[in-house]
Write a protein that binds this ligand. Structure first.
Ligand SMILES: [Zn+2]
Ligand SMILES: [Zn+2]
Length: 288
């Protein structure tokens, strides 16, 4: 019998992440649609990420120490191994998913298709988007990239596997002890969620590259206010998540509480699981 041609390995049905998504859907049926959409996106992202090789970035100690001291993210745009064909394919697939779930309206979807026919997102688009946050430590903040809004909505999802692949080996190799900023030391992205680990300090997880870094538990990741008593914290019904709100700037961050949880932090699952906390925060007058 002829051997069938080899295909990209499908996402394993028993992967811990997909199992966690299934559990979340069973426990909170009201999140079913959000879970289904996230699963489709995650499967596409993982499939793309599985085809990428891991770049090995070399950093000189002195350079690294200087970046840390200046609060400068360490991964430069040229060091992310983007594959433009793969990125555009993923961009198209994710656009389709977002349209199907009505997250992108039909007029915006039209606009997206037109942009794609014109060869976008281009390398320059991705560079503008990436560098905007990666240079945020500079005294003169780089100009807004001026990308079409709908492009900015999909681009982070399509770029994620490339950034995640690039930073995945850096956690073990880069000492982040000197980093005290609320943005990502790898790519400059904003924190998506906080993690309250069983032991040790609070951590933040990057929404762009999935990087994780330690951050002062008494500081607000939005305004960096460190005064005691200016943070209010609420637990979710199941106790697995917390909403940490700042009374100085009225913003909040959501946190995965690993204390008392049987599984590790999973950015994609925990982002969806904490959706009900956003409504709770807004009811209390805080914004995200
Ligand atoms: Zn990052
Ligand atoms: Zn604040």
């Amino acid at each position: 019998m002829p051997t069938p041609p080899s295909r990209p390995r499908p996402e394993r049905a028993d992967s811990p992440e997909l199992a966690a998504f299934r559990r979340l859907k069973a426990e909170q049926p009201e999140l079913a649609v959000a879970v289904d959409m996230q699963v489709e996106i995650v499967v596409l992202q993982h499939r793309a990420q599985a085809r990428l090789s891991t770049p090995w970035l070399e950093f000189e100690d002195a350079w690294l120490a200087r970046q840390m001291a200046e609060g400068a993210p360490i991964v430069r745009f040229d060091e992310v191994r983007f594959d433009w064909g793969e990125l555009r394919l993923l961009f198209r697939q994710i656009s389709d998913v977002l349209r199907r779930y009505d997250v992108v309206e039909s007029a915006d979807y039209e606009a997206l298709q037109q942009l794609q026919r014109g060869g976008r997102p281009s390398r320059d688009d991705v560079a503008a988007w990436y560098t905007g946050a990666a240079l945020r430590h500079r005294a003169t903040i780089p100009e807004e990239p001026g990308l079409p809004e709908v492009l900015s909505q999909v681009l982070p999802l399509a770029a994620r596997p490339f950034l995640a692949r690039t930073v995945e080996t850096l956690h073990q190799r880069v000492d982040l002890a000197g980093w005290s900023h609320p943005y990502c030391p790898f790519c400059g992205g904003d924190p998506e969620l906080a993690i309250l680990p069983v032991t040790g300090e609070r951590k933040l997880a990057c929404g762009r590259c999935t990087g994780i870094w330690p951050y002062d538990a008494h500081a607000c990741p939005h305004c960096e206010d460190r005064r005691p008593g200016s943070q209010t914290s609420f637990a979710s019904r199941d106790g697995h998540y917390r909403l940490i709100a700042c009374d100085a700037c009225r913003k909040y961050v959501k946190a995965y509480d690993a204390r008392g949880s049987e599984r590790p932090f999973m950015l994609d699952v925990d982002t969806i699981a904490t959706l009900p906390l956003d409504a709770a925060a807004q009811q209390r007058g805080y914004s995200g």
